[in-house]
Structures are given as structure tokens and as C-alpha cells.
Write a protein that binds this ligand. Structure first.
Ligand SMILES: NC(=O)c1ccc[n+]([C@@H]2O[C@H](COP(=O)([O-])OP(=O)(O)OC[C@H]3O[C@@H](n4cnc5c(N)ncnc54)[C@H](OP(=O)(O)O)[C@@H]3O)[C@@H](O)[C@H]2O)c1
Length: 258
């Protein structure tokens, strides 16, 4: 029987979109559990400065290290460059944990508001990037016999959500990608899951309650009566990393919203 190994300490976690609310919370959580980090941002470097100051607390392991990378996940070349930087700066061919979190979802009312260019861009940033990141991560994970791949999807993947079809399609595609990879790579010690949040506050996507007033995601429609927090998303990501028996699952984190 394969050994049970759910240790995070000493692993390298690649987290895309760490300048945003959910990505930063995942970075803090995995760092606190002893992982090294490769963190990406795209347009907003200021939150990275704040996050990296927080990480350097003096409590970290001597072997722990974080690196920061500017990456447009809509660009295949930029993602390939990221892996070259990881190899150079962390001396390994890829991460042990991949949290594909960077996402784009300009709010639109319906299909008639979504241009072909916006549809393609959303698919590239949200779905194609996860394909490329997984493809580049899996060889090293297979060589190690251990890996965790986590996509940050959305309730929109299941047909809900407050945005239009470009966003829903990109997130639903992630679930298909996740389920296929989970089955194909389970024997190699790699688990693949997604977290499907809804209405997470303190993020660029949902800055506060007022932002969603009058929409289907209005707080008064959420059974638990509040927005979720980035830390709650990070809790689920940590749980997935520490639970190797869990694979091929989409975990809806929505305060009871369907
Ligand atoms: N908040 C919610 O309620 C909610 C619900 C469901 C799903 N999600 C998903 O959660 C993930 C994280 O979002 P968030 O809620 O934390 O929002 P956020 O605070 O706006 O963070 C979005 C992150 O994605 C990055 N990003 C956007 N476009 C990018 C691109 N082309 N290339 C590289 N990075 C890019 C941003 O980087 P820069 O800012 O540096 O450009 C930022 O780090 C997304 O995938 C989102 O779809 C969020």
C-alpha cells in the first residue's frame, strides 16, 4: 500500500494571483505551515510588497523561501518563463503544490454584452492557464511521486453566479480539466481538486457587501447571512493539501448559496 504522506512543510507551492484576496490568503496559510512559495502577480505589485513584508516574520524555517514573479496567465510564453525562473530560483523543475488561482471576470449582464475577444481572453486567463500550469507541473510531481493541484473555480461553474456566460464557461471548463487529471494522475501520487467559491469579500472581485446588493449574490440571499472570507478559501486549500485521499472533487464554498 502506498505510504500516506500529507506533509506540507518543505514543499514548494506555486500560487498564481497572490496579489489578490484569495491568493494572498493561500500564500499566508501555506507559508505558516512551512511551505516555500513562488507567488505571481500581474498588474498590482503593491499588494505583493505588503504580503512579502508579512511573510518575513522571523518565525519561518531557515529553509523556507519565497519568490515573486510578474506573469500574465493569459500568455503561454509568460507561464513558460515562470517555470524557468522557478528552476533557477528554487532549484527544482516545478512546484509540489499548484494553486491556480489568478482569474479574470469582468462583470457582464448576458451573452450579448460579451465580445468574442473578451470570451477568448477569459478562457485563456481562467482555463487555458490552468492547463499550461498543470502540464508544466506534472512531470516534476510525477518524478517526486507526490503532488497537489488545486484550481480556484467558482459557483458559476455549476450554472449559478452573478456574471455572464464567459466567466461561467471558463470555470466549468476547469471542473472538466480537474476531473480528467485527477483520474489520470492519481496513481502517481498527484491529487487534483477545485474549490468553487461564491461571494468572497475583501477581494477585487467582491470588494464589499454593497457591491452585490440587488444581485442574486446579495448577502440577504446567502443562507449563512454574510460574505465568505479569503481565509476560509485558504482553509479549504490547506485541507486539500493535507488530505491525499481526496481527489477529483469540486468543493462548493458558498455559505449555502446554490
Ligand atoms: N471573490 C469571489 O467571490 C470569487 C468567487 C468565485 C471565484 N473566485 C475566483 O477566485 C480567484 C481569485 O480571485 P479573488 O476573488 O481573490 O479576486 P482578486 O482579489 O481580484 O484577485 C484576482 C487575482 O488574479 C490576478 N489576475 C487577473 N488577471 C490576470 C492575468 N491576466 N494574469 C495573471 N494574473 C491575473 C490578479 O493579479 P493583479 O491584480 O496583480 O493583476 C489578482 O492577483 C479567481 O480565479 C476568481 O475567479 C472569486
Amino acid at each position: 500500500m502506498p505510504e500516506v504522506d500529507n506533509e506540507i512543510r518543505g514543499r514548494l507551492a506555486l500560487i498564481t494571483g497572490a496579489s489578490g484576496g484569495i491568493g494572498a490568503a493561500c500564500a499566508r496559510a501555506l507559508w505558516a505551515q512551512g511551505a516555500s512559495l513562488a507567488l505571481t502577480y500581474f498588474r498590482n505589485v503593491e499588494p505583493m510588497d505588503k504580503l512579502t513584508k508579512e511573510l518575513v516574520s522571523g518565525d519561518e524555517d531557515v529553509n523556507q523561501k519565497f519568490t515573486i514573479h510578474c506573469v500574465d496567465t493569459g500568455s503561454a510564453e509568460a507561464i513558460e518563463q515562470l517555470f524557468l525562473e522557478i528552476k533557477e530560483q528554487h532549484s527544482q523543475d516545478g512546484p509540489n503544490i499548484l494553486v491556480s488561482n489568478a482569474g479574470y471576470g469582468k462583470r457582464r449582464n448576458g451573452i450579448l454584452d460579451v465580445s468574442l475577444e473578451e470570451f477568448d481572453y477569459t478562457i485563456n486567463v481562467n482555463l487555458r492557464a490552468s492547463f499550461i500550469l498543470s502540464k508544466l507541473s506534472i512531470p516534476h510531481m510525477e518524478a517526486q511521486g507526490w503532488g497537489r493541484i488545486i484550481f480556484i473555480s467558482s459557483i458559476a461553474a455549476q450554472g449559478g453566479g452573478i456574471n455572464a456566460c464567459h466567466y461561467a464557461a471558463s470555470k466549468a471548463g476547469l471542473t472538466g480539466l480537474m476531473k480528467n487529471l485527477a483520474m489520470k494522475h492519481a496513481k502517481a501520487g498527484i491529487t487534483v481538486n477545485d474549490v468553487a467559491p461564491a461571494m468572497i469579500g475583501e477581494t477585487g472581485m467582491i470588494p464589499d457587501e454593497k457591491f452585490v446588493e440587488g444581485t442574486p449574490g446579495d448577502v440577504k440571499n446567502i443562507p449563512v447571512g454574510r460574505l465568505g472570507t479569503p481565509e476560509e478559501c485558504a482553509n479549504v486549500v490547506s485541507m486539500i493539501c493535507k488530505t491525499g485521499y481526496l481527489t477529483g472533487q469540486s468543493i462548493l464554498l458558498s455559505g449555502g448559496l446554490k
